[in-house]
Write a protein that binds this ligand. Structure first.
Ligand SMILES: C[S@@+](CC[C@H](N)C(=O)[O-])C[C@H]1O[C@@H](n2cnc3c(N)ncnc32)[C@H](O)[C@@H]1O
Length: 285
């Protein structure tokens, strides 16, 4: 970043002027579809503060000007990265995983084709690894051999953590003891983290993807989880996203959204199955 750097010893100016706050909100919306609600100024300041320090920018306003002026894609990517909210948990919204195990996997067992799952907005991997655990526990060996889970996110930082697959005690809280024993390495690292074990990790492939940008993948999915992502988007963005997700489902495929983001008011052609679970009409799955 080529912003005028802060003289050594100068006090760090972390004031964010109203017009820079507006510029941040507009950029985040344009780049990632994320809508910064009112009253997020303190959050933005606390998240961008470390980038001001890391880049040596003279002030937060100067950092915003320089980053949004363009020319430094790496810093713009850090900017988006730190402004995303990556809260997640293993077995979050457990009714979804019960539904997968009891109603979806038995149908998938009866097919002979590759089984494709997509965790769209996967945060630090809790969601796709939960899916992998449930799949390994419920699917037969032949069905598992044709199972692939794609997990994508816009945050490079969080994807690096997801690939690493090491979780501390608090993060492992939601994992029932039986799954902890079956799907995590037995021995914790020196820092107390435990790693998701290799067979479970191997089911998941992580990739960077912006949900409001181009999607390079080919083919369709049997199941898409896009949970607790759309709450950050405005209605037109949600509508476009649901239509695109639907177009990537096989006929009879399932879309899971977060419990707080039912598709009420979003026009779509999917059939409601249970709260926050939708199915594409047709009978393939
Ligand atoms: C709150 S987390 C939800 C994680 C997980 N799906 C769950 O329900 O626990 C939302 C994730 O969506 C990602 N995200 C936000 N906007 C995105 C976009 N435009 N494209 C891809 N991922 C995005 C964020 O980086 C974050 O990791």
């Amino acid at each position: 970043m080529s912003a005028p750097t802060r003289p050594a010893g100068a006090r760090l100016d972390l004031e964010l002027s109203p017009d820079r706050y507006t510029a941040v909100a507009e950029a985040l919306h344009r780049i990632a579809g994320i809508r910064l609600g009112p009253g997020k100024r303190a959050l933005v300041v606390s998240r961008l503060g470390p980038r001001v320090r890391a880049t040596g920018a003279r002030s937060l306003d100067a950092y915003v000007d320089e980053t949004l002026r363009g020319g430094d894609d790496t810093e713009l990517s850090h900017f988006v990265d730190v402004l995303t909210t990556n809260k997640s948990a293993f077995f979050r919204e457990p009714a979804h995983f019960d539904h997968l195990r009891d109603s979806v996997f038995p149908r998938l067992e009866r097919t002979a084709r590759p089984l494709r799952f997509w965790s769209a907005g996967c945060a630090a991997g809790e969601e796709p690894y939960t899916l992998a655990m449930v799949a390994r526990d419920a699917l037969s060996a032949p069905a598992l051999a044709r199972t692939r889970i794609l997990a994508t996110d816009i945050s490079h930082r969080i994807l690096a953590a997801a690939r690493e697959a090491r979780y501390g005690a608090t993060q492992r809280d939601g994992v029932p003891p039986a799954q902890l024993a079956r799907h995590f390495d037995v021995t914790p690292a020196a820092d107390g983290t435990r790693r998701v074990n290799e067979p479970t990790r191997d089911l998941v492939r992580f990739a960077w993807l912006n949900l409001i940008g181009d999607w390079p993948m080919r083919g369709t999915f049997d199941v898409i989880l896009c949970r607790n992502v759309m709450i950050y988007f405005d209605r037109p963005t949600q509508e476009r996203l649901v239509a695109r997700l639907g177009s990537l489902l096989v006929a009879g495929g399932f879309l899971y959204v977060g419990h707080a983001e039912s598709l009420t008011g979003v026009p779509h052609t999917l059939e409601p199955v249970i709260p926050s679970v939708y199915r594409k009409p047709g009978a393939d799955v």
